[in-house]
Write a protein that binds this ligand. Structure first.
Ligand SMILES: NC(=O)c1ccc[n+]([C@@H]2O[C@H](COP(=O)([O-])OP(=O)(O)OC[C@H]3O[C@@H](n4cnc5c(N)ncnc54)[C@H](O)[C@@H]3O)[C@@H](O)[C@H]2O)c1
Length: 362
């Protein structure tokens, strides 16, 4: 396969646009080594106030760049091919070459403007380039807004193994501009709802009911409704990560649907949202048997309501083998995230032999 990457190094515009005072909400969250500034209800142009153009390099992908060209005018921009298949070491190498060509140094700030693939790659490159430079994110997909951009985990895939190489390192800032969502395809809205439903399942029963009362198009049509849902999810994830940044305990809950999801994602070239939706479905069924969970049908119905796949045929043996390589395992057991009730996820250690038996029944 040939990988085509290219660099668009744009000239600085004659006159910088005037940035008006925005009706923006700023919140600071303190992690172990740094405080991250979150700008809600913001506008892309505000990043000029956070990073001078001369010291910034934006990393984005073809789709985001093509649909929001004007926004990038005057910024040094590296444009990558879109998609999970490019969340790999070769892309990292290319980005590093481009950074060197641009003369990026320790004073450079990288800004990832894109979906979760772009934020994961940007955070990773920022962590290793010159042993670590400053970075921030402007997430542009719903999934990246509610999940991928938050919490400092970043990295790349190695073959079928998702996020096998990476770091936990927090960005300096996160800027949320929901106007990006105007160009987001419906399938990507659906993917974002997979992580939102995950948060509802493990932490927020009231949000689960809210999602039941609405449908996806309500959020697409109503900017305020979407913005408040995004902020609610950002706060859920942030609170969990602040409490357990390095995943010793509660952060593991965010892996609901991800253990099986990650195993089948690259195996079947599913989108992240689709993969974890299937993972959440089977974890809900397992919860029914192991935790007397009574809401499995409700979980499945909600996923389907938001256009996500639930039950699927997959090679259980192969999935099990990939899962054994999962980063969250010890030698004999794995932490599986199950549900006790809607809004309450629990960490359940399962022996591999036990899990293999369960998988045979899928
Ligand atoms: N680091 C974390 O904590 C974390 C958490 C969850 C997911 N992830 C990772 O995030 C990735 C999935 O994120 P994703 O679904 O955003 O993937 P993505 O970056 O591939 O974006 C999905 C698609 O939407 C397009 N897109 C993004 N914004 C757009 C916009 N505003 N308009 C039009 N098109 C747009 C992209 O070009 C791409 O084609 C996976 O690699 C997953 O592992 C990371």
């Amino acid at each position: 396969m040939t990988y085509v990457f290219y660099l668009l190094c744009l000239c600085v515009s004659k006159k910088a646009p005037l940035i008006s005072d925005l009706p923006m909400k700023k919140k600071n969250f303190t992690f172990s080594t740094t405080t991250v500034q979150y700008y809600f209800d913001s506008e892309f142009s505000y990043i000029e106030k956070l990073v001078p153009k001369e010291t910034a390099v934006i990393i984005t992908d073809d789709n985001v760049f093509a649909k929001h060209k004007k926004k990038f005018k005057g910024w040094n921009t590296i444009v990558l091919k879109p998609g999970e298949e490019y969340k790999i070491q070769q892309t990292v190498d290319v980005v590093i070459d481009q950074l060197l060509a641009l003369g990026a140094d320790r004073k450079t700030t990288l800004i990832g403007v894109g979906g979760g693939v772009i934020t994961d790659i940007t955070g990773y490159v920022a962590g290793i380039y010159m042993r670590g430079i400053r970075f921030g994110f402007v997430p542009t997909s719903l999934l990246a807004m509610v999940d991928a951009s938050i919490g400092g985990k970043n990295g790349i895939d190695v073959g079928v193994y998702k996020n096998m190489v990476g770091l936990i390192r927090q960005p300096a800032f996160l800027l949320f501009d929901t106007s990006f969502l105007k160009t987001l395809p419906k399938s990507e809205w659906q993917n974002g709802f997979a992580e939102i439903i995950k948060h509802a399942c493990i932490k927020d029963a009231a949000m689960f009911r809210l999602l039941q009362q609405h449908k996806l198009s309500d959020f697409q049509k109503d900017k305020k409704l979407a913005a408040s849902l995004i902020e609610r999810n950002v706060l859920i994830k942030t609170k969990v990560v602040v409490g357990d940044e390095f995943e010793q305990g509660a952060r593991k809950l965010l892996n609901y649907g991800h253990t099986l999801g990650h195993a089948i994602e690259n195996m079947y070239e599913l989108s992240h949202g689709q993969a974890i939706s299937i993972g959440m479905t089977y974890a809900a069924i397992m919860s029914q048997h192991l935790k007397h969970f009574k809401g499995a049908e409700e979980v499945v119905n909600l996923l389907e309501k938001y256009g996500l796949p639930t039950f699927a045929e997959f090679d259980t043996q192969k999935a099990f083998k990939i899962l054994m390589m999962d980063k969250k395992k010890d030698n004999v057991s794995i932490n599986y995230i199950l549900l006790e009730k809607i809004g309450k996820g629990v960490i359940q250690p399962l022996l591999f032999v036990q899990l293999q038996e369960i998988f045979k029944q899928f």
